[in-house]
Ligand binder design. Structure first.
Ligand SMILES: [Zn+2]
Length: 260
């Protein structure tokens, strides 16, 4: 019974970044975030192994994919890290589930710490067939296309709400209550670990109750940029996008993996 834990760095307990940039622009917060993401991934892995997991792959996917403190990670885990064009390149249909640690709400969400969709500087929202999606839905759909369900999310309350909206039956842990893009009421970062471990174990046991989430093609992709100049660049002939308005571009793709 094999699992992948997808790990981003914005959603762990105690992480709010700082105004004026992304998490990477707040060095002290980034340093804390990568340690807490490591601890939350380890807690998840302990729960999965207690439920009978035979392999747990931790996918380090924030920024350039080299963030976690590997020597502190539960040593039974394998690690997928670095830069690869294909999201979830290590996943195949033999896996029992995908779990999310440290993810954040999609952009265009109120009171969600560090909410963004791939780039907080570039995109205001991304819609697939008219529905706003974030990184949770996109990664879950990549797994869902292989028949692998999204089983678990630990993040702030807005990201948890987004997960429940997209993936009925998913098991969740709320690490913090978002007050703004840079403020939260957080659970203590050590206390939340026991909660994550117990919930991940439960999520593995409930895995057959959750249906894989899919976004079958063809898909109309609509992206609202934050700046007109990046929308201009997207509409250069080689890029293949057409203009909806000054900030918004769209194109049709045949399958989700064409998105990347
Ligand atoms: Zn990130």
């Amino acid at each position: 019974m094999k699992f992948v834990i997808a790990v981003d760095c914005e959603g762990p307990a105690g992480v709010v970044g700082a105004p004026g940039g992304s998490l990477n622009d707040a060095p002290a917060q980034y340093e804390f975030a990568r340690r807490q993401a490591t601890a939350e991934a380890s807690a998840t892995a302990r729960g999965l192994f207690a439920a009978g997991a035979t392999q747990v792959i931790v996918w380090d996917n924030h920024s350039r994919g080299v963030n976690l403190v590997y020597e502190d990670l539960d040593e039974r885990c394998d690690i997928f890290h670095g830069v690869h064009a294909k999201r979830l390149a290590m996943l195949d249909a033999s896996f029992a589930g995908l779990l999310f640690i440290g993810y954040h709400a999609r952009d265009n969400t109120v009171a969600a710490p560090l909410a963004h969709t791939f780039s907080s500087a570039t995109y205001q929202w991304i819609k697939l067939n008219g529905r706003e999606v974030g990184e949770l839905a996109i990664d879950a759909a990549v797994a869902g296309a292989l028949g692998v369900p999204a089983l678990f999310v630990a993040s702030d309350d807005k990201c948890v709400a987004e997960a429940r909206e997209f993936f009925p039956g998913i098991t969740t842990v709320t690490t913090k209550i978002g007050y703004s893009w840079n403020a939260a009421l957080s659970k203590h970062p050590r206390r939340v670990l026991a909660e994550i471990e117990a919930a991940a174990q439960q999520a593995a046991r409930n895995r057959t109750q959750v249906k894989p989430f899919t976004l079958p093609g063809p898909l109309e992709v609509e992206i609202r940029h934050k700046r007109i100049d990046t929308a201009d660049q997207a509409c250069l002939p080689v890029q293949g996008w057409t203009r909806v308005d000054a900030y918004t571009v769209k194109r049709t793709i045949q399958k989700l993996t064409d998105f990347f």
